[in-house]
Write a protein that binds this ligand. Structure first.
Ligand code: ADP
Ligand code: MG
Ligand code: MG
Length: 899
């Protein structure tokens, strides 16, 4: 078995084995770009190592590993003409982790490995640059101490600050060789004190330890947390390790390092976007140690290198057909490429880039659609600060991740999580963020940092999360211990409310008015493409004419779930509902229902009007009646007075109606079987509203839906009930001039199992996956919340089944339901309602089992439209290739970079 691959042996399609970083380094090298040579240890080795660790308590390597490592190392030494540990001409390498999925900042990299008191002299002799040699050395001791030996970075930082103070300088570049040599000694002492070990001086030992640390970091708390937050299945393969010969950006003023995006990741504009720092190494640019220069400045500083970099940028974008996020280093005027990957971007940028790449002929529409993260569209649908509002701007930082956010300020990720758990909205304010802050960042509305640039940790992570971020707000000083921050002489305390505008970088006091966004421009264009491609229609769940109108704006093609009970909760109506509930005989009940009829008719009419030409699926009354009754004694007493009934009697009735979760008792269709008058009124209201709308030329397509059906006879009986009402109508007013449907919600396992029988009495089915999930799992929705996060952390479940359709249980029932229903009635229309209908992975599943439509909340309609198109494209592609994903041959681009 081959456990490691030279960069020459890999390519971009080997991500599973080589990790994203390794596969792309290989791809760049084979494209002819200047990549420092190296090799990649496969993810299989990491898995082997972690498995052994879980089993026996310590990691282990597969057979042949040690020999292959030695072989690859010697091959690298030959290529470079240097040897690891050779005091005359030492090879230095970086040890870089990289999993198949990109996990920014999660795994730690070690640079300059191979240095010790002897080899550093070799570097001095070879380069004639003593300062550089010791700068590399102190960085190595720091990184190795931190990543491998677990000594907190701040202990090294402390010594660095001491040294700067002693020399009276403010930047690390102002320290000279002698200072740095002293620092190395101090750093080693730090390691001795805090790790209790001598710093390892043997380079091969250093390498072994570094590789092990990378493998260990795969299961580190923060890596596990990142994977959990991003729903990475726990079965995903581990990380690869890249061993790469070093190039040095810290060799002086003709050296430097930088990061850049081939397009603007905030707006999507086709402009080179990035930062660089001269005389710097590795993460210096993103760490906010010194303020980096913007990338086009490089054109002035080093025109030739800049031209080369532009060439590489264009080649990479053409080659990958996507916006790239690249890392480079300049060593004594020579450019080296150190990383490329598809760049994280805001939804706004994703949409613009997709449209531009299609217009530039780089991608087909289908390819472009596949590159947009459907979930991220959420950002575009989120509110912005009302442009008309007066802005009380107290300071300004960098517009690092767009959108607007408002909340109470907190100063630690732990506080953020605590406050949010209490139901508060928070803004996390930090000097700068680190991967340890991830949990707090996840729950915060927005992030504000005092340090760091557009490529800082906070900025990159927020853009990925679609979270508003203002970074590098230099005028803020943060004291996390006192939980205060100062902006000039303004002092803000924990809990104070601020608003951030991530698109301008402005920070405002108090809560600003927000406005909703709309679909226009590039977003509209992309949405139009999805409509041509997808097989499923997308409807919305809407209970009011207002929501129905929003749904239409977002492109909903009908209503998949209109809940009638919401119409009853209205102040003006609820007492009439209660009269109906309390009625002790039929005539009293019919009178109360008669009062409700006009309200319902009016609501339905409004919704038909908003949905002109599209179907509206109306679910007849569903919840148990206790939900309409007052819950406290005080409220019951008030109602008793209003209704002139004795308190005791009212309390008794209320209690008798009470249902507890999962509320499978006397509700939904079951209520209608015992009290048919309720549904009769609702059907009448639907038909009358439709007739009214028809008179105005509106095209109505009502669908009458029975909830909670478990027995075929329930559906049969209620269908007859509805038809009876309609026929009575026709007898009085003549034949209806519109088509209507009568069907059933499928939300109980039994309904899935008997869908073929039910189909006889249904024109359509709609999966109610909320109740279906609860009843399949035997967990009520309230209970799910109580332990689901625990379940997810402990790996009992990979996904929260209330968020995404669980394919083994709920999904299997759905598949069976569809098959059975279509076996009895091939053209029966089947959809899904509930939030699953707007969740991309669930939408893909719905496509795969052949649903006709998905329905979700109006704000998720665009997400569902894109997800449905992506499902159709994937489906078609896998059919074309007979289920096997065939990778197109990689075109070789002639070396665009020379020298
Ligand atoms: P991350 O995954 O956190 O981006 P990287 O492995 O890319 O970590 O490395 C961290 C930093 O070190 C980056 O700035 C990268 O460009 C730099 N780096 C990595 N390998 C080398 C190398 N061989 N020579 C010079 N710089 C390197
Ligand atoms: Mg990197
Ligand atoms: Mg239900």
């Amino acid at each position: 078995m081959q456990h490691m691959f030279s960069f020459e042996e890999g390519n971009k399609d080997m991500k599973d084995l080589l990790g994203g970083k390794g596969a792309n380094l290989a791809e760049m090298m084979n494209l002819g770009l200047p990549v420092p040579p190296g090799f990649t240890i496969t993810t299989d080795v990491c898995n082997f190592f972690s498995d052994a660790q879980t089993r026996t308590g310590h990691g282990d390597y597969p057979a042949g590993y040690t020999e292959q490592l030695e072989e690859k190392l010697q091959e690298l030494e030959r290529k470079m003409g240097k040897k690891l540990g050779d005091p005359e001409n030492p090879l230095l390498v970086s040890v870089r982790s990289g999993a198949a999925i990109s996990m920014p900042g999660m795994m730690d990299t070690i640079l300059n490995l191979g240095l010790n008191d002897a080899t550093v002299l070799g570097i001095v002799a070879r380069t004639g640059n003593e300062r550089f040699a010791y700068d590399a050395y102190r960085r190595f001791v720091n990184m190795f101490g931190d990543v491998v030996l677990g000594v907190a970075h701040e202990h090294f930082e402390e010594k660095m600050d001491l040294m700067k103070g002693a020399r009276g300088v403010s930047a690390d570049t102002e320290l000279d060789a002698e200072d740095l040599r002293e620092l190395v000694v101090m750093y080693k002492e730090v390691v001795r004190v805090h790790a209790g070990v001598e710093f390892p001086s043997d380079p091969r030992e250093q390498l072994r330890m570094a590789i092990e640390a990378v493998f260990g970091s795969w299961m580190s708390e923060r890596a596990v947390l990142y994977r959990r937050i991003n729903h990475v299945p726990s079965g995903v393969r581990g990380t690869a390790v890249n061993i790469q010969s070093m190039v040095f950006g810290n060799m002086g003023e003709t050296s430097g390092t930088g990061v850049a995006f081939t397009r603007n990741p905030s707006t999507g504009a086709a402009e080179f976007y990035g930062e660089f720092l001269m005389n710097a190494q590795g993460e210096d640019v993103v760490a906010g140690i010194r303020t980096p220069q913007s990338i086009e400045e490089l054109g002035n500083v080093m025109p030739d290198v800049y031209a080369q970099l532009l060439g590489a940028k264009d080649a990479l974008e053409r080659h990958y057909g996507d916006m790239q996020d690249i890392e480079f280093t300049i060593e004594n005027g020579r450019l080296f490429m150190l990383q490329t990957r598809n760049g994280k971007r805001t939804a706004h940028a994703a949409v613009k880039i997709a449209v531009d790449l299609v217009n530039e002929g780089l991608l087909t529409r289908e390819e472009a659609l596949m590159k947009i993260d459907a979930n991220a569209l959420n950002q575009l649908l989120h509110p912005r600060i009302d442009t008309g509002a007066r802005r009380d701007v107290v300071t300004r930082g960098l517009p690092a991740s767009p959108g607007a956010a408002c909340g109470r300020i907190v100063f630690s990720p732990q506080d953020a999580e605590e406050w949010v758990a209490r139901g508060e909205k928070v803004i996390l304010v930090r000097r700068e963020t680190t991967p340890e802050d991830l949990g707090g960042m996840h729950v915060a509305e927005g992030i504000l940092t005092a340090m760091g640039g557009m490529t800082s940790h906070a900025a990159v992570v927020c853009r990925g999360m679609g979270k508003c971020c203002v970074a590098g707000c230099a005028s803020i000083s943060v004291d996390k211990h006192l939980k205060v921050c100062a902006i000039g002489d303004l002092l803000l305390r924990e809990g104070d409310v601020i608003t951030l505008d991530g698109s301008t970088g402005e920070v405002m006091l108090g809560e600003m008015p927000m406005i909703k966004s709309e679909i226009s421009g590039d977003f509209f264009e992309v949405m139009r493409w999805t409509d041509d491609i997808r097989a499923m229609r997308v409807r919305a769940n809407a209970d009011t004419p207002h929501d129905a109108a929003i749904a239409r704006e977002f492109g909903a093609e009908g209503i998949g779930l209109c809940r009638t009970e919401h119409m009853f909760f209205d102040e003006a109506r609820i007492d009439t509902v209660r009269e109906m509930i309390l009625a002790r005989d039929l005539p009293t009940r019919v009178i109360a229902l008669g009062k409700l009829l006009p309200f319902q008719r009016e609501d339905f009419y409004g919704i038909f009007k908003a949905m002109n030409g599209y179907p509206v699926c109306i679910r007849l009354l569903d919840p148990p009646l206790h939900e309409f009754m007052p819950q406290t004694d005080g409220k019951i007493a008030e109602l008793a007075v209003r209704m002139r009934v004795p308190f005791e009697q009212l309390k008794l009735v209320t209690e008798s109606l009470h249902e507890v979760n999962p509320m499978l008792g006397h509700r939904g269709c079951r209520l209608a079987v015992t009290f048919p008058e309720m549904y009769e009124m609702q059907v009448q209201a639907i038909i009358e509203a439709a007739i009214l709308a028809r008179k105005e030329g509106i095209v109505v397509m009502p669908e009458i839906e029975m909830p909670l059906i478990s027995s075929t006879n329930e559906l049969k009986m209620l269908r007859e009930l509805a038809l009876r009402v309609i026929r009575k109508f026709e007898a009085q007013h003549g034949t209806l001039d519109f088509a209507y449907k009568i069907g059933s919600m499928i939300e109980l396992p039994r309904a899935c199992l008997t869908a073929d029988h039910l189909a006889e009495y249904a024109d359509f089915f709609s999966f109610g996956t909320n109740d279906l999930t609860q009843t399949t799992w035997g967990i009520s929705r309230d209970d799910v919340g109580k332990f689901m996060s625990e379940y997810l952390t402990q790996g009992v479940l990979e996904r929260d089944p209330s968020e995404t359709i669980d394919r083994r249980g709920v999904g299997e029932l759905m598949r069976m339901g569809v098959e059975k229903a279509r076996s009895a009635k091939p053209d029966i229309e089947i959809g899904i309602c509930g939030e699953h209908g707007g969740e991309p992975a669930s939408v893909e599943f719905c496509h795969s089992i052949g649903l006709n439509y998905v329905s979700c909340s109006p704000f998720r309609v665009p997400i569902a439209r894109l997800a449905a198109a992506q499902a159709a494209i994937k489906d078609r592609d896998s059919r074309v290739h007979g289920g096997v994903i065939v990778m197109p041959a990689t075109p070789r681009i002639p070396s665009v970079i020379s020298g």
